[in-house]
Design a protein around this ligand. Structure first.
Ligand code: SF4
Length: 76
């Protein structure tokens, strides 16, 4: 089972903690200035994707660090 990552675009402030500091392996700054899932892991919307198990801890670190709790890491 691969973890699903969801970024709440209404909550994200574009602070950059996830894509600059905690987990640039999964997150990237999008055109809108908000956090996007990197293209290779994306499933449709820029804020949603499916990541390999090996990146779960990385994504969870970003979720914990996000100041507005906009990132969710959930099971498929
Ligand atoms: S840490 Fe949270 S608020 Fe900051 S860019 Fe990432 S998702 Fe957005």
């Amino acid at each position: 089972m691969c973890p699903i990552v969801d970024i709440d675009r209404e909550e994200c402030t574009g602070c950059g903690l996830c894509y600059n500091d905690e987990c640039p392996e999964v997150f990237v700054e999008g055109d809108s200035g908000l956090s996007d899932i990197k293209v290779e892991f994306r499933s449709g919307e820029p804020g949603q994707g499916k990541i390999p198990e090996s990146l779960r801890v990385c994504a969870e670190k970003a979720a914990d660090a996000c100041p507005v709790s906009a990132i969710e890491v959930i099971e498929d």
